[in-house]
Design a protein around this ligand. Structure first.
Ligand SMILES: *Cc1c(COP(=O)(O)O)cnc(C)c1O
Length: 223
């Protein structure tokens, strides 16, 4: 078996204090997650509703599950009963549905707003202006079962480190803008989720608080 424990230790050793690891376990079998769990890892990220449900059922209950993929509104009800954080909220419609379903089960679900800063047209997420508009609208203030904890983004898939760095910096600057304007007295708005296997050292230099690393820990995914 691929040495998940050793890889996990190697990755953890490179993370400065204050940066949390979300182990991205999509497409990997439950025993890989269990190996990371035995090494102390408790936060796992998945991107498909059925897969995360199956893993949630068989794995220890003290795991903190993050949903990192594009989430359709009709799937929200399936994950809300146990999910800790939905990282990729990219519309008011989705936020409303999370509020509705979380209220039904009496939970507060943490969310991040996903930004689209990368150049690829294929990436999901809110443009900075769309994100400003969502927050200015203020409807989120009346959502007691949703806690907005920060921002999430993916940089362009490129070898150009300058480009990647400037995208992370843009996200960090935008975090400050939003924090000042909407969350100055809310300590739970504090997360900057950026950085994956290929770019997390750059993300960490640009104030990431949460890196989402899959391949470096679990090896290549078999789709
Ligand atoms: C798959 C995925 C990751 C992890 O990517 P790796 O390159 O395997 O580290 C991180 N974030 C999101 C949103 C993903 O979909």
């Amino acid at each position: 078996m691929y040495d998940v424990k050793e890889k996990l230790r190697e990755v953890l050793a490179t993370l400065p204090q204050g940066v949390r690891l979300v182990a991205i376990s999509k497409y990997h079998p439950a025993d890989y997650l269990m190996a990371a769990y035995e090494e102390g890892q408790r936060v796992f990220g998945e991107s498909h509703e059925q897969e995360i449900r199956q893993k949630h059922e068989v794995l220890p209950k003290d795991i903190e599950w993050h949903f990192i993929g594009h989430l359709q509104t009709n799937k929200v009800k399936y994950i809300v009963p146990y999910i800790t954080m939905i990282e990729a909220v990219d519309s008011l419609k989705l936020l409303r549905e999370i509020q509705k379903q979380a209220a039904k089960v009496g939970r507060v679900v943490q969310v991040l707003l996903e930004l689209h800063i990368a150049e690829e047209a294929t990436k999901y997420g809110l443009t900075l202006d769309a994100c400003r508009e969502l927050l200015a609208g203020g409807e989120w203030r009346a959502m007691p079962n949703v806690q907005i904890c920060g921002l999430m983004m993916m940089a362009s898939n490129t070898d150009d480190e300058q480009q990647i760095a400037s995208e992370f910096q843009a996200a960090a600057d935008f975090f400050d803008e939003v924090k000042t304007q909407y969350f100055p007295d809310d300590p739970s708005f504090c997360e900057r989720s950026w950085g994956m296997s290929d770019d997390y050292p750059i993300a960490v230099r640009h104030r990431s608080t949460m890196v989402r690393i899959g391949t470096m820990i679990f090896g290549p995914r078999v789709y």
